[in-house]
Design a protein. Structure first.
Length: 278
């Protein structure tokens, strides 16, 4: 059996990653839709606090979390184009299934789970809510599809096959090696104010213990940092450059918030340079 025709394994869980927040009933409605179709299915809430409409942040959280979850169906909804011509899709990978909008949200996670084996567009009306809201596809499209897949319904019944090469992919983040360091785009800022860069660990490994961090276009100012392993490697209030739990270069302040110190938000370009020993 080839990878393109392989039947997915039975799902152990459904996970939910959204920007719905916790103040409204949106998350509960998705849980309820799944429970009505598959009452014994376990649901894991990854997060519902993705910044509204921040597809890049949602994609990053999804890709960095799903490899640690049991085999299952992973629903992600960060969907500013809901109700438009953008496709609803389901993807089969060796490590699980992904369900959500075709806006770039799912593909980093698909890569992390082994790559796309099959892709379908979610068009079968029997798999959806009887009435599909134009603004709540999480409840009316993605949740019922996920529940059906989780209990063993065949993926091709959800809708027609999609050529994986036509799936929307987010632009590659900027990572640029330079003679004394590198320039990299800020991927995410976490709850603690740690700044995760798109740079892989090997770019930091080549640098010395003393560093300077500054905006990409700044050749004079910046902040001194220490190339270390964990937060306690620097004094309280000092800036640390390290490899985070996802294997990316990150900038942190011991007891503080690196994002505030560096005025960094997702998309900011930062330069990290090694300094000569004095």
């Amino acid at each position: 059996m080839t990878s393109s025709t392989r039947s997915p394994a039975p799902a152990e869980v459904v996970s939910l990653t959204t920007d719905y927040g916790l103040a409204d009933g949106f998350v509960a409605a998705c849980h309820g839709t799944i429970a009505r179709l598959a009452p014994r299915l376990r649901v894991i809430d990854v997060t519902h606090l993705v910044p509204p409409g921040d597809v890049r942040r949602g994609a990053t959280v999804l890709a960095q979390t799903t490899p640690y979850l049991p085999y299952g169906v992973h629903v992600a909804v960060v969907d500013p184009g809901v109700g438009t011509a953008r496709r609803g899709i389901a993807l089969a990978t060796a490590g699980g299934l992904l369900v959500g909008p075709d806006n770039g949200l799912l593909l980093d996670a698909a890569d992390a789970l082994g790559g796309v084996d099959q892709a379908v567009e979610l068009t079968n009306p029997r798999w959806l809510a009887p009435r599909v809201s134009a603004t709540f596809h999480g409840r009316d499209v993605f949740a019922p599809v996920a529940a059906r897949l989780a209990v063993g319904a065949p993926l091709p019944e959800a809708g027609p096959a999609v050529d994986p090469s036509t799936l929307v992919r987010l632009p590659e983040p900027v990572v640029r090696p330079e003679p004394h360091g590198f320039v990299a785009e800020v991927l995410t800022v976490d709850h603690f104010g740690n700044v995760q860069l798109a740079a892989p660990a090997d770019l930091l490994a080549a640098l010395p213990a003393r560093l300077r961090v500054r905006p990409a276009g700044d050749r004079t100012g910046g902040h001194r940092a220490v190339h270390g392993r964990t937060f306690a490697d620097v004094p309280v209030g000092a800036l640390l450059a390290h490899v985070d739990s996802a294997g990316r270069v990150a900038l942190s302040v011991n007891g503080g918030r690196a994002a505030e110190l560096l005025s960094a938000v997702p998309g900011t370009l930062l330069r990290v340079d090694g300094l000569a020993a004095s």
